[in-house]
Design a protein around this ligand. Structure first.
Ligand SMILES: *[C@@H]1O[C@H](CO)[C@@H](O)[C@H](O)[C@H]1NC(C)=O
Ligand SMILES: *[C@@H]1O[C@H](CO)[C@@H](O)[C@H](O)[C@H]1NC(C)=O
Ligand SMILES: *[C@@H]1O[C@H](CO)[C@@H](O)[C@H](O)[C@H]1NC(C)=O
Ligand SMILES: *[C@@H]1O[C@H](CO)[C@@H](O)[C@H](O)[C@H]1NC(C)=O
Ligand SMILES: *[C@@H]1O[C@H](CO)[C@@H](O)[C@H](O)[C@H]1NC(C)=O
Ligand SMILES: *[C@@H]1O[C@H](CO)[C@@H](O)[C@H](O)[C@H]1NC(C)=O
Ligand SMILES: *[C@@H]1O[C@H](CO)[C@@H](O)[C@H](O)[C@H]1NC(C)=O
Ligand SMILES: *[C@@H]1O[C@H](CO)[C@@H](O)[C@H](O)[C@H]1NC(C)=O
Ligand SMILES: *[C@@H]1O[C@H](CO)[C@@H](O)[C@H](O)[C@H]1NC(C)=O
Ligand SMILES: *[C@@H]1O[C@H](CO)[C@@H](O)[C@H](O)[C@H]1NC(C)=O
Ligand SMILES: *[C@@H]1O[C@H](CO)[C@@H](O)[C@H](O)[C@H]1NC(C)=O
Ligand SMILES: *[C@@H]1O[C@H](CO)[C@@H](O)[C@H](O)[C@H]1NC(C)=O
Length: 547
């Protein structure tokens, strides 16, 4: 504790000032979310280790996990029954105890990914960003520590409260080492969720310690974020069902705990949250319980089949049945580990919901009728120019696309499995969702959408280009095999023009068989249109759809 002794008196501040709130009053929807999330975590909590088991690798042989355990500790403090608060303090002491203390390493102030891991930077465990260490864990854990300190600090021993502050201080310094394009890091202002988490932790910690270097950094990060956001009122990391939820989470912390300071993020967060919901609610199809495309960085193709963090926000605002059609337990869905954030979403949702208009809330519960959304977003350095977004939504069919010109294939995160620039979804007769989504293979796409029609062109393509679509399997009871587009259940897909060979190659990418790998645990039919050999045409394909 030398650090504390040296620093805190020198600052001459009384840093302990947590409010005397013992639990946040939750709305019925938020309480339902909380009550469904906590038992899952209670069941995988190992009180001997004071860590949750590693749910992202549910079948792994024994390791625990750090980040989700911090989230759980916030839930324990909100519940505060029996030994809950005591467990939370033990968790926090352990996790902060393992925080990196060497100021010279790139991962200074970061937390372990899991407590059993070898020491990062030893010969057996080289530092590999986003693998052996994850730079975003400072943001994820730091933001959670702020919620814990602000809401429940007085439930923790003074020593633990001080440790949280010390942890956030080191976290902020370490996070300032991050520079996009340097040392393998990709933290540019366009990486919205991670950029916002760093901004919020830096600003909050700067205000707490009255450290001008930190508050100035936090204000600078905010201005760089706003320079992108305010172009068109959109996140650069556009419409990601998981990561828009993380951006809202970070912004809610800024609005709630910095809104009464002069921190630039505190001054702007509530407005930004409203603007995000303005467009996200226009992209939400309440009949299908999905955000229509296009999606930057999605972990699946149908939000009823995976847990996206936006679903937890929708749940907190409009109830579980607004968010999910599925009745199977949440923990059976893919990416269910993201539900481990739900206790904190529930805690924050009381404040968050005060920023959400009745219009937005009503769009989340019932589809407002056919409409077209047009917008723009810009995520440099991947985007060489702003992207143009057009999404047509009808009650049972949505078509959403990006036109883009990028420096890499797969968008900002260079990942074709998560960048979904052209998304068609439809409601099938059994209530399930079909999808027919472009799998990106090119750096530029021109897309036009009108009701029931979609044109796609690769301006930089050539005869070797192909258009690959990820097509949902038919529902149970419908055709098991897809030999041609006529076999697709619930949607007629017709190629009406373009320069491709109109007969696609079709293969199956299955869980236990087929020609190719599943994507984010979704199996699918791979529908690939190729160009006639030696064609000198610009590759294009034009579709018409009918329900
Ligand atoms: C801290 O890290 C630097 C750079 O890897 C290394 O040279 C130094 O020995 C480390 N310090 C300690 C106390 O481990
Ligand atoms: C914070 O970093 C300092 C080194 O700058 C270290 O001495 C201290 O133990 C760290 N605190 C925590 C909580 O990791
Ligand atoms: C604070 O100042 C130091 C230089 O003294 C710098 O390295 C660091 O990035 C600055 N930012 C924060 C957030 O502390
Ligand atoms: C979007 O931003 C661009 C500047 O990049 C501007 O020209 C355009 O008018 C904006 N559009 C809207 C709808 O705000
Ligand atoms: C916030 O207030 C402090 C102290 O008065 C001042 O130094 C700082 O410049 C202000 N920041 C902004 C962004 O106005
Ligand atoms: C949409 O699907 C629902 C449920 O299958 C059906 O009742 C409704 O008629 C459909 N609406 C349109 C416009 O196709
Ligand atoms: C977006 O639309 C603008 C205005 O029509 C156009 O100039 C620009 O080239 C388009 N961008 C892309 C990437 O297609
Ligand atoms: C993409 O952007 C670059 C840089 O602005 C430009 O040179 C190029 O012509 C654009 N390509 C397309 C296909 O629009
Ligand atoms: C697609 O292209 C064809 C041929 O140029 C055109 O007739 C049609 O209107 C376009 N469709 C859309 C959705 O822009
Ligand atoms: C077609 O494009 C690919 C990818 O850019 C390139 O590798 C290939 O050389 C091009 N082929 C021709 C014939 O231009
Ligand atoms: C889809 O199938 C084509 C062959 O038709 C193959 O080249 C491509 O790698 C497959 N794509 C995916 C994402 O499975
Ligand atoms: C395509 O071009 C190659 C090389 O010029 C030639 O060998 C081949 O026969 C051509 N294929 C067709 C279908 O014209």
């Amino acid at each position: 504790m030398r650090f504390l002794v040296d620093w805190f008196p020198a600052l001459g501040l009384s840093l302990l000032g947590a409010s005397a709130v013992h639990a946040v009053d939750l709305s019925q929807y938020a309480q339902d979310l909380f009550d469904e999330a906590m038992p899952i975590q209670d069941a995988i909590y190992d009180p001997v280790a004071s860590y949750l088991h590693y749910f992202y690798f549910p079948l792994a042989a024994g390791p625990h996990e750090t980040r989700s355990t911090v989230w759980y500790s916030a839930g324990l403090l909100q519940r505060n029954q029996g030994t809950d608060a005591h467990e939370a303090a033990t968790i926090l002491e352990k996790i902060i105890g393992d925080q990196e203390k060497n100021t010279s390493v790139q991962w200074y102030g970061d937390y372990t990914v899991y407590p059993e891991q070898p020491t990062v930077g030893t010969p057996a465990y080289p530092p590999v960003i986003y693998n052996s260490w994850d730079p975003n864990w400072r943001g994820f854990i730091g933001t959670a520590l702020i919620v814990i300190y602000e809401e429940f600090g007085d439930l923790l021993p003074a020593h633990t409260q001080n440790l949280i502050l010390e942890s956030l201080y080191n976290n902020t310094i370490g996070d300032s080492y991050r520079v996009g394009g340097v040392d393998g890091d990709n933290l540019y202002p366009a990486y919205s969720n991670a950029w916002l988490m760093r901004t919020v932790v830096t600003s909050w910690t700067g205000h707490k310690f009255q450290d001008a270097n930190m508050t100035i950094s936090g204000d600078t990060y905010t201005r760089e974020f706003l320079a992108l956001f305010d172009r068109n009122g959109t996140l650069s990391e556009f419409n990601g069902p998981t990561y828009a939820g993380v951006s809202l989470y970070a912004l809610t912390i800024a609005a709630k705990y910095l809104g009464n300071t002069n921190a630039t993020i505190g001054q702007n967060a509530a407005r930004v949250i409203r603007e995000i919901w303005d467009y996200e609610s226009l992209l939400w199809n309440a009949n299908m319980r999905n955000f229509a495309g296009p999606w930057d960085r999605s972990y699946g193709y149908d939000m009823n089949k995976y847990v996206a963090i936006m679903a937890s926000w929708v749940w907190s605002l409009a109830g579980k049945t607004a968010a999910f059609r599925e009745t199977s337990p949440i923990w059976t869905m893919t990416h269910a580990d993201d539900f481990e954030l739900a206790p904190i979403i529930a805690i924050l949702s009381e404040f968050h919901s005060t920023l959400v208009s009745d219009t937005v809330r009503s769009r989340l519960s019932s589809f407002p009728g056919e409409h077209t959304y047009t917008g723009h977003t810009y995520a440099p350095p991947a985007d060489l120019e702003p992207r143009n977004i057009t999404t047509w939504l009808s009650s049972n069919l949505t078509i959403g696309t990006d036109s883009f010109n990028q420096s890499v294939v797969g968008g900002y995160s260079e990942d074709s499995t998560s960048f979904s620039p052209s998304v068609v979804q439809w409601l099938r007769s059994d209530g399930s969702i079909g999808y027919f989504n472009l799998y990106p293979t090119e750096t530029a796409l021109q897309a036009q959408v009108t009701p029931y029609a979609l044109n796609l062109t690769y301006p930089l393509g050539n005869a070797t280009s192909s258009f690959t679509f990820v097509l949902a399997s038919n529902p149970l009871g419908a055709k098991r095999d897809i030999f041609g587009l006529d076999d697709v259940d619930g949607l007629q897909i017709e190629v009406v023009g373009g320069t491709v060979d109109p007969i696609p190659d079709i293969s199956f990418c299955g869980l236990v068989g087929g020609a190719c790998d599943i994507i984010h645990d979704f199996e699918f039919w791979n529908v690939t249109f190729t160009m006639p050999a030696n064609s000198s045409d610009v590759p294009s394909v034009q579709f018409k759809f009918a329900l």
